[in-house]
Design a protein around this ligand. Structure first.
Ligand code: AMP
Length: 422
């Protein structure tokens, strides 16, 4: 299938050609015609599938009149996304594809001053791309008017739920006209997501993208067994290989991200870090330096990394193993974007055995184990943590500490995830 047969106007097709895309990705060819027909849509799409263009292209088509003129000064479309980076990335997509049509867009997200955003909203924009929290603030100050909004996109709906944004999303949706077109994208389809679609959508069309774009199938993946104390040493060792040219490293916590960035920096490896404790300016600078190749390694936490779409990331390193298979898929999807190749390396400690098993079952394949050449693997230390971990159930440590207390604190996987989440 070619872009020409999707029903998009010549000005948009011209912009697509200029980006160098030759054919639509599966989610684009299956969803664009449906959206142009006016249908609501649920897109179950993982990262790296081209889903941003899948909703941006038909949305732009609908934002202007048949004769190519602006429809008026009111806001006609709203895109909600969970992170600031993702908002910026969607805006970049919009600007690329809207190069030859007159569409005004405003972005709204926290961590930066409100005034420029307020000014942009007041100037009359057709499209608002926003994170829910800041949008609620600005709506409360009367900066928006959604009475003419006819198109609503909820992007990364599963993340929105995870991050506790649902109450804000509900309030925002309740201020939109009932008669509108709603698209909902999510990496996974859960009961909660189904409930949301019933709440927000009207007989939606269901589009699930095929395996081809699943990074779990296309990215080369392997793992190293390590102890916690060996992780940074192994990372430095691997970075001795220049094939690791543009590397995204994931840590579980923001403190961990800072620590790793500092340690790599001390070894002369240009490194940046992004996480939610950094100001928006720091995050933007680190991301731009990474995109421009000024820094070789970017260390990130899951939430901060949601919107990262950097071409040419050669390697993703899970310094800390991801808590859920979905997180793993999102992380490794940062490399091997579109049609390029990528490598995902995971460090696995004894404590990660269960999440690893869950992941391998989820992907229906096992990840190749490797030993790093020239790196002295501390088998004894690994075995020691192994033994410690295998303390027989029912034996209570004398001081009342240890696994019993740990078990109580994380009585469910979601509590454990929330505890670790930043
Ligand atoms: P997304 O899933 O929207 O984050 O997109 C993943 C990557 O694929 C981005 O870098 C896009 O620029 C790229 N992309 C989107 N559509 C196409 C296409 N039809 N052909 C090639 N690359 C694409």
């Amino acid at each position: 299938m070619s872009f020409d047969s999707l029903g998009l106007r010549p000005e948009i097709l011209k912009a697509i050609k200029e980006t160098g895309y030759t054919e639509p990705t599966p989610i684009q060819s299956s969803s664009i015609p449906q959206v142009l027909e006016g249908r609501d849509l649920i897109g179950i799409a993982q990262t790296g599938t081209g889903k941003t263009a899948a909703f941006t292209l038909p949305m732009l088509e609908k934002l202007i009149h048949h004769d190519g003129q602006r429809k008026g000064r009111g806001t006609r479309a709203l895109v909600l996304s969970p992170t600031r980076e993702l908002v910026v990335q969607i805006e970049e997509n919009v600007k690329t594809y809207a190069k030859h049509i007159p569409v005004k867009v405003a972005t709204v997200y926290g961590g930066v001053g409100e005034n420029p955003q307020k000014k942009a909203l007041r100037s009359g924009v057709e499209l608002i791309i926003a994170t829910p929290g800041r949008l609620m603030d600005l709506m409360g100050q009367g900066c928006t008017n959604f009475s003419e909004c006819e198109f609503f996109v909820l992007d990364e709906a599963d993340r929105m739920l995870d991050m506790g944004f649902l109450p804000n999303v509900r309030k925002i949706v309740s201020s939109l006209p009932k008669k509108r077109q709603t698209l909902l994208f999510s990496a996974t389809l859960s009961k909660e997501i189904e409930k949301l679609t019933r709440e927000f959508q009207h007989s939606p069309k269901f589009v699930e993208i095929g395996k081809r774009s699943n990074p779990a199938d296309t990215v080369e993946q392997f793992l190293y067994e390590v102890t916690k104390s060996q992780k940074i040493g192994l990372l430095k060792h691997l970075l001795g290989n220049n094939d690791l040219y543009s590397v995204l490293v994931f840590t579980r916590t923001k403190y961990g991200a800072d620590r790793v960035a500092k340690q790599l920096g001390k070894s002369g490896i240009q490194t940046g870090a992004i996480h939610s404790n950094r100001t928006q300016n720091q995050r933007t600078r680190a991301l731009n330096d990474f995109k421009d190749g000024k820094i070789r390694v970017l260390v990130a936490t899951d939430i901060a990394a949601r919107g990262i779409d950097v071409e040419g990331i050669t390697h993703v390193v899970n310094l800390d193993f991801p808590p859920t298979p979905e997180d793993y898929i999102h992380r490794i999807g940062r490399t091997g974007r579109a049609k390029s190749e990528g490598v995902a390396i995971s460090f696995v400690t004894e404590e990660d055995r269960n999440p690893l098993r869950t992941l391998e079952r989820f992907m229906k394949k096992s990840i190749i184990r490797r030993r790093a050449k020239g790196f002295v693997f501390d088998q004894q230390a690994f075995a020691a943590t192994d033994r410690k971990h295998k303390t027989p159930r029912g034996i209570k440590p004398k001081d009342g500490s240890g696994f019993k207390r740990q078990k109580k604190r994380f009585s469910s996987p979601s509590k454990r995830r929330n505890f670790r989440r930043n």
